[in-house]
Write a protein that binds this ligand. Structure first.
Ligand code: PSU
Ligand code: MN
Length: 308
């Protein structure tokens, strides 16, 4: 039991516990991006930078992960770098978060599992790079991320750079619409597509300021509408990679995944690593820039929510 939360299996890091108790803004961060999304040591630098950006904005970062069976809400600097170097960490989503707790395992939490943990302690804003979604070819593989279902049920605002083009963006948007998840493009008219600022899909909703997002979330809660929302924040112009360039790498990575018979939770990490290799590191540089950009916006939303 953690004294701060009285939740079994959960440890809230000191600064996060203080901020929560004082009602100050807190931003959750996922850790699958650290354990399975980026190579070492870039993953470790990224994790530290993103926390520093949130702090500079006047909010408290809480990187969420499972370490030796304990759900960590916020990691120390040592904890964070140990996770970045962990050998064979699990990738934990809704299906296996409790498995890792019961078995004393260590792993990175996906968007879905991070939302669950954030909600447990009352954190309602969360920054990441990209969410999981409907994979291309899902009509035969049924590969649809648990992240979409979590967005439909757990009241956390997820700030992303839009669905990554390894996904079928159109089908991902359709599933989100069916499940009643608002997709809000930030300051743009089309749904941002991760490495690129624009896609051919019109944004279902658009908002231009952190307080508007905070008010929208508060209105949903006041109306008793369950679930979270997805904010799609376009990558900064100077870091964008043209969709045509990425499309070539993505197609090649997908062909390699099919040839290697990759399925289930291994699909996303496999594609990310392959694309990194094919783009000769360019995809990673953009990925880091957009996570930092999302952390900044998430901190501003968390602050806006505090002043409602
Ligand atoms: N997309 C990325 N980088 C990532 C992920 C997605 O660009 O690291 C991670 C996130 O943690 C996301 C998870 O929640 O992959 C989705 O995995 P799956 O598709 O297996 O649900
Ligand atoms: Mn999947």
């Amino acid at each position: 039991m953690s004294p701060e939360t009285a939740l079994p299996h959960v440890d809230v890091h000191g600064p996060v516990a203080l901020a929560l108790a004082a009602g100050r803004p807190v931003v959750a961060l996922e850790s699958t991006i650290i354990t399975h999304g980026m190579p070492y040591p870039e993953n470790s630098w990224m994790a530290a930078n993103v926390e520093a950006i949130i702090q500079a904005e006047g909010a408290t970062p809480a990187t969420i992960a499972v370490v030796d069976g304990r759900i960590k809400i916020g990691l120390s600097e040592d904890g964070r770098s140990a996770l970045a170097r962990a050998e064979n960490p699990m990738k934990l989503s809704r299906a296996d978060l409790a498995f890792a707790v019961a078995e004393g395992r260590t792993g990175g939490t996906t968007v879905a599992a991070t939302m669950i943990a954030a909600r447990m302690v009352g954190i309602s804003v969360f920054a990441t790079g990209g969410i999981g979604g409907v994979h291309t070819g899902a009509e035969s593989t049924f590969d649809i991320s648990a992240d979409l279902d979590e967005l439909a049920r757990t009241p956390v605002i997820v700030v992303s750079a839009g669905p990554k083009a390894i996904l079928d963006i159109e089908k991902t948007l359709e599933v989100l619409e069916t499940r009643g998840v608002p997709v809000v493009a930030y300051g743009v008219d089309t749904v941002p597509a991760f490495w690129s600022r624009a896609s051919r899909f019109a944004a279902p909703l658009r908002l231009d300021a952190p307080d508007s997002i905070a008010r929208f979330h508060a209105a949903r809660r006041a109306l008793g509408i369950e679930g979270g929302m997805l904010i799609a924040n376009p990558v900064p112009e100077q870091d964008e990679i043209a969709a045509e360039i990425m499309a070539v790498h993505i197609a090649e990575a997908q062909a390699a995944a099919t040839a290697a018979n990759i399925s289930g939770k291994r699909v996303t990490p496999y594609l990310l690593a392959k694309i990194l290799e094919l783009s000769e590191g360019a995809s990673l540089k953009t990925n880091i820039a957009l996570v930092e950009n999302n952390a900044r916006l998430a901190a501003r939303i968390a602050k806006a929510m505090q002043s409602l």
